[in-house]
Ligand binder design. Structure first.
Ligand code: ZN
Length: 251
């Protein structure tokens, strides 16, 4: 064998190695190009659209803790039960309602998300007006010198100078459905739909508005129910169901 001549066995080994390298290269690059592709969806999107998609709802948990200079003769913190102040209950249900409405696809604007606030009723109405909200829901609880009185009522604006006819009709329709859904979800006593012309929050509102009186903190049993998170959830559920039923056609 001449020197410099590569043995046949070595050529075969070389060709074999080149083959292996090419195969590995192909596997690597085909894998790389695969990984550069758009990743597929991890889950299928819910084919049913969210029912409140595109709707703007203002949730106004009544009262709150105001700066000293804003405290007038009237108690801005609302009434009080044995377990909590009204402004605390209103906020708890308000936050639950916010979560439920967002899950249903709504854009939710809260007048407050904490105890402290400086928005008066006129400013709360302006807040909903500026958003051109489809509905504003004000949350309150009741009190009476008669400890036997219990139940839920929904207040709607009666005819005031500033309110247009359509706003009044839409408020009444929303109030009626929200009240019936609340009674279904909580089993509370029905104190009806009540027209009011003396509430500043209604007077300044340009968008449909309802005020839910969620129960009497002066009634010992209802007061005990109102402090239970499961009952607060039933209240929020009833209001959310009512909002869907009044705003979304065919539900
Ligand atoms: Zn109140």
């Amino acid at each position: 064998m001449k020197s410099g001549c590569i043995p046949k066995k070595r050529i075969l080994t070389l060709l074999f190695l080149i083959g292996i390298i090419m195969l590995l290269g192909w596997l690597f690059f085909s894998g790389t190009s695969e990984s550069l592709k758009e990743p597929g969806p991890l889950y299928e999107k819910d084919p049913k659209p969210a029912p409140l998609d595109g709707y703007v709802i203002c949730v106004d948990p009544g009262h709150g803790i105001y700066p000293q200079e804003m405290r007038g003769a009237k108690n801005p913190e609302g009434t009080r039960g044995a377990f909590q102040a009204e402004h605390e209950l209103n906020l708890k249900v308000g936050l639950l309602l916010e979560e439920m409405l967002k899950d249903l696809g709504a854009q939710v604007a809260m007048t407050r998300t904490q105890a402290q606030t400086s928005l008066d009723n006129r400013q709360r109405a302006d807040f909903a007006n500026e958003l051109d909200a489809d509905l504003c829901v004000k949350l309150h609880a009741d009190s009476s010198p008669d400890p036997q009185i219990r139940g839920i009522s929904v207040l709607i604006p009666g005819s005031c100078a500033g309110n247009d006819k359509e706003m009044l009709q839409d408020s009444a329709a929303a109030g009626e459905i929200i009240l019936s859904q609340l009674l279904l979800s909580t089993g509370a006593e029905n104190l009806g739909l009540v027209e009011r012309t003396d509430l500043t929050g209604f007077y300044w509102s340009e968008v449909p508005v309802v005020l839910v009186e969620m129960g009497f903190m002066s009634h010992p049993q209802e007061d005990a129910l109102l402090q239970e998170p499961s009952y607060q959830r039933l209240l929020a559920r009833g209001i959310a169901d009512g909002i869907v039923r009044c705003l979304v056609k065919g539900v």
